[in-house]
Each structure stands twice: as structure tokens, then as C-alpha cells.
Ligand binder design. Structure first.
Ligand SMILES: Cc1ncc(COP(=O)(O)O)c(C=O)c1O
Length: 381
């Protein structure tokens, strides 16, 4: 319940974790014992278990997913003069690390159904300066990885998979996080698997792994002379307490993902046939883990996402706007590639004003979802 002063309202959250005795026991163990000669045990256990789960050779635990993207770009030597393609619809964490490296983000349009990058939208923005593409598994959905991978191979550009929102999703039976030269995950408190804040970089590539390992710890080689830095790096490490929480959550990944899919199924049963409203899609070769249940509504009644969000908030229902196109953000106002994207990306600009993320927290029950759907139908008329 939220007390707004004048009346108490049931509060239906947008996102949040599912914590059990297992998580509490592991974090208690880490905070009690992971010091002195036992320091870093949980980071190693979490990394090994995570790499095995995703089916990658290597995993590096990090303070965030953003730092994972930064490390991947740096390890691939991407810098000034290089272009890196991102979908125009994603969180700015996908593109900000391109600017950290002094490279240029190029914003490609998205597909009307999957809301992800397409092979055609990628092809449309390739230039001789394109060095990499960061594909995003948006809201748990996945783009056509095979077609994008083939195009990238043909042009000799690296694929980095931003799987921040898609743990447990699959494309042709392969898990999110197993595509491209490297993939990254977020364990922010809103994510399906959380460590509070945190992230993971996974790869099969020896050189990228060794380089990222060095860079993530102030440029010192593991096991070499103490305090001997061979180049300037970053301080991108996860703590044992976070890793303990992550390991416990990973051991429950099956039920976390199943709950996400169950929440989506409750929405689908209520809103699936509602005219003028589209929920997240799932093509036959994808298993979507629906990190955020998302509703796109028809523009014709004249509502925009902010109106619907405000109306729902008056009933204690917390929602989020569908991502604004990155190229529309003030942060990119002076960037020439953003001006080109504003003129080109018709799908991104057509759908972004009319979408909202609905409450998708792991602690929701079916009655909460029915309540949200009832109010949403009322608002949309
Ligand atoms: C698509 C996407 N990429 C990257 C990130 C960044 O994750 P973090 O906050 O762990 O750096 C997020 C987080 O919300 C995200 O949704």
C-alpha cells in the first residue's frame, strides 16, 4: 500500500526480484566468510556457473552491464573514427560506451513486430567505417540472429549481443548470451536475475577474454607482481556479496523465467484479443522471457504513452514509457548520426510514442495483473 496522504492505494510495481531463503543463505555466507584467504570465492563460482549455463567458455563478473559493453568495445580496439551500429530503440546504456571510446554510434531502425534490429535496417547504415553492431534482445525478445550474423560476417564487422534484458530467452534453441564475439548481461534490481547492481561479460574468444580481464582490473595481469599495472584500465569488479546473490538466483533461473512467462500469459489472456493494442511478440523460433510486458496501442484515439501512464498511476499502477528513440534524446542532439536517424527510422518513430511497459515484477500475482488490465481497458476506452 502507498499512503498518498489523503488515501491509501494499492501499489502495483513495474519490476522487482524474487528473493528466497537460498539467496539470503548465500549472501550471509559471503558476508560472513568471503574474506582473507577465502576472498573472491563467490565471484569464481558465479562466473563458472554462468558460463556453463549460457554455453560460453569465459565469463567475467562486473559492476554493471554498461561496463561489459565498454570492455568489449575497448578489447576490440574500437575508437575514434569507427562507427558502431545500435538499434534506435534501447536503453542508452547500449550506446553510451561507444561514446566513452570516442567512436560514433549509428542508430538503425527496428522491426515493427519484434521491436529489434533487422538485417535490412543494419544493412542500410553500414559504411566502410562500421566496425561493430550491438544487437539488443529487447524486453526479452530476440532479433534474427542468423541473418544478422551472416551479414556481419560478410562485411567483417563484430557482433556484440546486449542480452541485458533477455536471460533465458532462446533463438533456434540457443540461449541469449551465446551470439556474437561477446555478450553482456545486466543484473540490475529490475532484471529477471538480480545482484542489486551487476553485470556479466561472456565470450568464447581467448584474446577478447584476456584483454577484458586485464582492462577490468586496472591493467594488471592476474597472478603477476602485485601493484604492477601494465596499462591504464578500469575498476570494473563485482563484490562477493553480489556474486553470492547472483549464484543463488542462477540456481533458480528456471523458475524465475517460468514466472516471467506466466505473468505474460496472464496479460495475454486478458488483452490478447483487445482491438487496438499489441503485446510483445514471440516468433516461432524464439522463446521470449518477457522481461517487460509491453503494450503498444493504436495512435488513432489520440493518446500518447505519457497520458496512459499518468492515468494508470492514479490507480497506483507503475508503468514505464517504451524507450524513446535514442536519436531523439537531448544527449544526442548535436550528434550528426542522430539527425540522420531522425530522418530515416520510420518504425522507431511511429511506435515509440504509443508504448508502455506494464507491471512485470516477479512478486505480482494474477489478481494484480487483472487489476492492471481492467484499468488499462478503461483508460483506452
Ligand atoms: C538493453 C540494456 N542494455 C544495457 C543495460 C545496462 O545495464 P546496467 O544498468 O547493468 O549497466 C540495460 C539496463 O537496463 C538494458 O536494458
Amino acid at each position: 500500500m502507498v499512503n498518498y496522504g489523503y488515501y491509501a492505494l494499492k501499489y502495483i510495481p513495474i519490476a522487482g526480484p524474487w528473493i528466497t531463503e537460498r539467496e539470503i543463505a548465500y549472501v550471509t555466507d559471503a558476508v560472513t566468510n568471503d574474506w582473507y584467504d577465502k576472498a573472491n570465492r563467490y565471484q569464481s563460482r558465479f562466473e563458472q556457473a554462468f558460463a556453463a549455463y549460457v554455453g560460453r567458455r569465459y565469463a567475467i563478473s562486473l559492476p554493471s552491464c554498461t561496463s561489459g559493453l565498454h570492455l568489449a568495445l575497448h578489447s576490440l580496439n574500437i575508437g575514434p573514427g569507427d562507427e558502431v551500429v545500435v538499434p534506435d530503440i534501447t536503453w542508452i546504456a547500449t550506446s553510451a560506451p561507444i561514446s566513452y571510446r570516442g567512436a560514433t554510434p549509428v542508430f538503425a531502425d527496428v522491426d515493427r513486430n519484434s521491436w529489434c534490429l533487422t538485417v535490412d535496417s543494419l544493412q542500410a547504415v553500414l559504411t566502410p567505417r562500421t566496425k561493430a553492431v550491438i544487437v539488443v534482445d529487447l524486453y526479452g525478445n530476440m532479433p534474427d540472429m542468423d541473418a544478422i550474423g551472416r551479414l556481419a560476417d560478410r562485411y567483417g564487422i563484430a557482433v556484440i549481443e546486449d542480452a541485458a534484458e533477455a536471460i533465458g530467452s532462446t533463438y533456434n534453441g540457443r540461449l541469449a548470451g551465446s551470439f556474437g564475439v561477446a555478450s553482456v548481461f545486466s543484473f540490475h534490481g529490475s532484471k529477471t536475475l538480480t545482484t542489486g547492481e551487476g553485470g556479466m561479460l561472456v565470450t568464447d574468444d581467448d584474446a577478447l577474454y584476456q584483454r577484458s580481464l586485464l582492462l577490468h582490473d586496472h591493467g594488471r595481469k592476474p597472478g603477476e607482481i602485485m601493484f604492477w599495472n601494465i596499462e591504464i584500465g578500469y575498476k570494473y569488479r563485482m563484490s562477493a556479496m553480489q556474486a553470492a546473490l547472483g549464484l543463488a538466483q542462477l540456481e533458480r533461473i528456471g523458475e524465475l523465467v517460468a514466472r516471467k512467462r506466466e505473468i505474460f500469459a496472464w496479460y495475454k489472456a486478458e488483452l490478447g484479443n483487445y482491438t487496438g493494442l499489441t503485446l510483445n511478440s514471440e516468433s516461432p523460433n524464439v522463446r521470449n522471457t518477457y522481461w517487460m510486458v509491453t503494450a503498444l496501442f493504436d495512435p488513432s484515439p489520440g493518446y500518447r504513452k505519457e497520458d496512459v501512464m499518468k492515468a494508470l498511476s492514479e490507480h497506483g499502477i507503475v508503468t514505464r514509457p517504451f524507450f524513446h528513440p535514442l536519436s531523439s534524446l537531448p544527449a544526442y542532439a548535436q550528434v550528426p548520426s542522430a539527425a540522420e536517424a531522425r530522418a530515416r527510422n520510420q518504425v522507431a518513430y511511429a511506435i515509440a510514442p504509443y508504448g508502455i511497459n506494464l507491471p512485470s515484477a516477479l512478486n505480482l500475482n494474477q489478481a494484480d495483473v487483472l487489476e492492471v488490465c481492467r484499468h488499462l481497458r478503461n483508460v483506452l476506452g
